[in-house]
Ligand binder design. Structure first.
Ligand code: BMP
Length: 212
């Protein structure tokens, strides 16, 4: 049984609030990222907070430790419940992100293997497994692993164990189905297949039911 996270990659407050409001009751969390936040500012977090579900900032943080900590300060200060970081900058940068998240009462998820085909160039295989071990050692709350390669997500699950969560993108527009990964993960991340649907609530409802 997996939760449903909406990847709200729309532009502008009106559209973001329209989709989030339409999906009320069907979502377990909303993931926001650069497309939305660059078009609205972080104030959008307060507008989305009305939906009373956690807002996770997918900023794929990838910098030196001090900068990572400063980014976390802004994200959690704005009201987010979680942040998504990269691990490839090294264990000190990763630890800064995890520690700052926990200091602010939030959670930190670590990108290990990405869902798109180009991930096979670098963000996959041995590198992904190494980053999963790093995420576990850093005390991260979970990892991001691909629904498009469920066998890889299953492998990463064996590395992190059951005490950490896995959120999995790639369902819907990228071709994966909830049934492909739901037994390995704690949540599926769905964007376009919900926010571009004629009836986002109905689409979200269907994904939620299929993820259960
Ligand atoms: P969509 O369902 O529209 O393909 O959106 C997927 C979301 O998950 C996007 O926000 C994307 O940035 C994110 N994502 C992904 O697709 N693959 C990854 O490996 C990591 C991601 O964060």
């Amino acid at each position: 049984m997996a939760d449903l996270l909406l990847a709200l990659d729309v532009k502008g407050k009106a559209e973001a609030v329209r989709v989030a409001t339409a999906c009320t009751g069907e979502l377990d969390a909303i993931k926001i990222g650069y497309p939305l936040v660059l078009s609205t500012g972080l104030e959008i977090v307060k507008d989305l907070a009305k939906s009373e579900i956690p807002i996770i900032a997918d900023f794929k943080v990838a910098d030196i430790p001090n900068t990572n900590s400063l980014i976390c300060e802004e994200v959690f200060g704005a009201g987010c419940a979680g942040i998504i970081t990269h691990a490839f900058c090294g264990s000190d940068s990763l630890a800064a992100c995890v520690d700052a998240s926990h200091d602010h009462g939030g959670v930190c998820f670590v990108v290990c293997e990405m869902s798109h085909p180009g991930a096979l160039d670098f963000l996959s295989g041995e590198n992904a497994e190494r980053m999963a071990r790093m995420a576990k050692a850093a005390g991260a709350d979970g990892i991001i692993a691909p629904a498009t390669r469920p066998e890889r997500t299953a492998t990463l699950r064996t590395i992190i164990g059951s005490s950490m969560k896995i959120y999995s993108p790639g369902v819907g527009a990228q071709g994966a189905q909830p049934e492909d990964v739901k037994k390995y993960v704690d949540g599926i991340i769905v964007g376009r297949a919900i926010y571009e649907a004629a009836d986002p609530k109905a689409a979200a409802h269907e994904f939620r039911v299929r993820a259960r």
